[in-house]
Design a protein around this ligand. Structure first.
Ligand code: SF4
Length: 96
């Protein structure tokens, strides 16, 4: 089965180094940890990444999510939200 990398359709973490105009310009992010955090988030005035491309989700460690398959995200795309001091995948849905 060939996996397709989901795209980040929007990220509201505007003080992140990779964020420009609510778009993520890292090549890919990692999601995970104790919650569906964006592990790639970097609070910095310096902007980085590749402004010609929009990030994908390279890996996701949150196996309890309905979209998680073999520690990869199978959603078509995700949205990342600003949760105050951290960025979190808002597409996350707990597996029941
Ligand atoms: S998805 Fe993560 S790395 Fe990309 S802009 Fe948002 S917080 Fe930054």
């Amino acid at each position: 089965m060939t996996m397709k990398m989901p795209m980040i359709s929007q990220c509201s973490m505007e003080d992140c180094a990779y964020n420009n105009d609510r778009k993520c310009h890292a090549l890919a992010i990692t999601v995970g940890g104790s919650a569906p955090l964006c592990d790639t988030f970097l609070k910095s005035p310096q902007k980085g990444g590749d402004t010609d491309s929009v990030a994908g989700v390279g890996a996701c460690k949150v196996s309890s999510c309905v979209y998680n398959s073999s520690l990869e995200c199978s959603s078509e795309n995700i949205q990342v939200g600003n949760h105050g001091d951290h960025a979190e995948c808002d597409t996350f849905q707990e597996r029941t």
